[in-house]
Ligand binder design. Structure first.
Ligand SMILES: Cc1ncc(COP(=O)(O)O)c(C=O)c1O
Length: 461
């Protein structure tokens, strides 16, 4: 590991407050707290901050550092590519070597007729690409009225105008006059929140039926696509009940609507398959990927597109007038390709499915499910959530929505565990290289933290 530089952290915090506007942040709170927590270095599943704390990163950065931190292979491949060719674009019938190789590799992982890949730089941009591609496809196919997207409440598809509109986060829509027209949001398949006590099969039917009802309400001839995350991540690790995705797929097929799987979190092994749609046994027409594609080492995202869609674009003779300067950036693509090779060589997908995923699930079941402050502890592969409740056996929340989880999250971080709070739950999505001992540490830290926070939580009642 390289020698970590000696930083003047207090001075950096002052500069942070004076000049830096961090993403998705309260700038008032940034001032109040005297600046951000500054992460200086990391290795494996552990990050280190400038104040000397070692923190187990149960969020894999931001649901993305699948192969863990400190991978010299990725540094080497980036340096080699930067030396050979740091940049050339993919506009105007040119390409470079890495995006071609990466597209072929990703197409192989996607399988079936998902044989084409468009590159972007972020999950949000991928979903912007989806937005324009889907509408362009229908127009070129001679069905220009098909413009409406159906999505779910509490979905997260990104932060650009189109992707935040596709998302179903009301608090994001409030800012900037979103959503843009042409997007319909229906109920999410959230058993603990919206289907508590309901038979899972009946709830799956009800949640899928909401999609069909909306299609019929707006007119199937006007609907372009349905978009969903296989497991909603930022919305609080919402794992749909068995049968939900099969029903959704059948509804899309019934009305000839494109099915878009947003795999920005679920892709590249998170659920114990290369993609979430493979876990749920469905076949989307379009797939958004980012995060685990490069394990966050460099920004890159990809939009997988079916041959049927590409055939329509090809036959039209029209240009798809969409793309970014850095679409298929050679250095990012080279790093992504090597990252995929690490996932393959170390069998991280299989390990998540057969070992670490089940290990996390049983640790949550044994040590957190029985806790009186836990309403549900759920996981799938290496993504999970712990629902904090005011009364055991119920889904009754503490007052002041979201405060309970924020208290527990902050206390976890103080104990050396990085987790996130989503409403009244603690969510986790650790690197796929996390060890059993680290999973024990993750789960035990949440259990002890809940104990120590009990009085503070009780005061919220
Ligand atoms: C499912 C999903 N889609 C899209 C995005 C947006 O990705 P980005 O932040 O890279 O723009 C995210 C980010 O968390 C996500 O979880």
């Amino acid at each position: 590991m390289v020698t970590v530089r000696n930083y003047d952290i207090p001075a950096l915090r002052k500069l942070d407050v004076a000049h830096h506007l961090p993403a998705q942040s309260s700038y008032g709170l940034q001032v109040e707290l005297g600046g951000s927590r500054i992460i200086t270095h990391a290795k494996g599943s552990t990050i280190h901050d400038g104040d000397g704390h070692a923190i187990l990163d149960a969020m894999a950065g931001l649901w993305c550092v699948n192969v863990g931190y400190g991978r010299p292979e990725l540094v080497e491949v980036a340096a080699r590519q930067m030396t050979e060719l740091p940049f050339y674009n993919t506009f105007f019938r040119t390409a470079t070597v890495p995006p071609i190789e990466l597209a072929a590799k990703v197409a192989g992982l996607l399988g079936g007729n998902l044989q084409h890949v468009f590159f972007n730089n972020s999950g949000s941009e991928s979903n912007d690409t989806v937005f324009r591609l889907v509408r362009t496809y229908w127009a070129l196919k001679g069905e220009p009225k098909r413009t409406i997207f159906i999505s779910r409440h509490n979905a997260y598809h990104g932060s650009t105008v189109a992707s935040a509109s596709l998302g179903g986060m009301d608090f994001m829509h409030v800012q900037g006059g979103l959503p843009i027209p042409g997007i319909e949001h229906v109920m999410q398949p959230y058993p603990f929140g919206d289907g508590f006590g309901e038979d899972p099969a009946a709830f799956a039917t009800r949640a899928a039926q909401a999609i069909e009802d909306r299609i019929l309400a707006v007119g199937p001839e006007n609907v372009a696509a349905f978009i969903g995350e296989p497991v909603q991540g930022a919305g609080g690790v919402i794992i749909p009940p068995p049968g939900y995705w099969q029903r959704v797929e059948a509804i899309c097929r019934k009305y000839g609507i494109l099915l878009v799987s947003d795999e920005v979190i679920c892709g590249f092994g998170r659920l114990g398959e290369w993609f979430g749609f493979q876990h749920f046994g469905i076949r989307p027409d379009i797939v958004s990927m980012a995060k685990g594609l490069s394990s966050g080492y460099l920004p890159i995202s990809a939009t997988g597109v079916s041959s049927d869609i590409v055939e329509v674009l090809r036959a039209s003779g029209e240009e798809f007038v969409h793309g970014y300067t850095y679409s298929g950036h050679p250095v990012s693509a080279a790093v992504a390709l090597r990252n995929i090779q690490i996932i393959e060589d170390e069998h991280l997908v299989e390990r998540t499915r057969e070992d670490s995923g089940p290990y996390l699930a049983s640790a949550l079941a044994d040590r957190l499910s029985p806790h009186p402050l836990v309403g549900e502890a759920r996981s799938l592969g290496l993504i999970g959530a712990v629902e904090i409740v005011a009364e055991p056996g119920t889904n009754r929340r503490f007052g002041r929505g979201g405060q309970a989880a924020a208290i527990v999250r902050d206390a976890c971080i103080a104990r050396g565990l990085m987790v996130r709070a989503v409403r009244d739950s603690i969510v986790m999505s650790p690197p796929l290289v996390i060890t059993p001992a680290e999973i024990d540490q993750l789960v035990d830290t949440i259990a002890v933290t809940l104990d120590t926070c009990a009085d503070q939580l009780a005061a919220l009642r």
